[in-house]
Design a binder for this molecule. Structure first.
Ligand SMILES: [Zn+2]
Length: 160
């Protein structure tokens, strides 16, 4: 049986790991954008997107796997002037935005998510949503309640 894994982080895996995944049946996978530290510059993520859409696709191919890149500003990777990163997403070819979402659901994260969802809607792009590790149910309900399209910011329950 062939498997399509819709959420991996291939850049954290060696080619040997990817080959093992291929052997186990993972023929295709979506690799999601994530940077392990808070970037100091919006260009850091733009370079990451470039890596995912070129280098990672090639690495996947060499391991026998078709890798499809998803790009986005993960809530733990919001740099100063992150709007520039989001603007760049309009031009970059990808199958989805991701992963994007909320981690602690503060105003910055909510605004970043709202902007990316707006862009996704305008480009008709599917999104892979990260839900908070703590307060998962409550904050995930906030994502739904906000709707993010013309929704009221006050639906976010303050800074946490
Ligand atoms: Zn992930």
């Amino acid at each position: 049986m062939k498997i399509f894994d819709t959420h991996i982080h291939s850049e954290g895996r060696s080619v040997e790991d990817l080959e093992k995944m291929t052997k186990e049946g993972i023929a295709k996978a979506i690799t999601c954008a994530f940077y392990p530290i808070e970037p100091k510059f919006p260009e850091t993520l733009i370079d990451l997107f470039r890596k995912l859409t070129t280098f990672e696709v090639e690495r996947g191919r060499s391991a026998g796997m078709e890798i499809y890149p998803a790009i986005g500003v993960h809530p733990r990777c919001i740099s100063p002037n992150y709007e520039k990163t989001i603007e760049s997403m309009e031009e970059i070819e990808c199958v989805a935005f991701g992963e994007i979402g909320l981690e602690i659901a503060n105003d910055l994260e909510v605004e970043g998510l709202r902007e990316q969802l707006k862009l996704a809607k305008s480009l008709d792009k599917p999104c892979i949503i990260h839900t908070p590790r703590k307060n998962k149910v409550e904050d995930s309900e906030n994502i739904e309640r906000c709707r993010f399209f013309g929704g009221n910011r006050s639906c976010n329950q303050g800074n946490r």
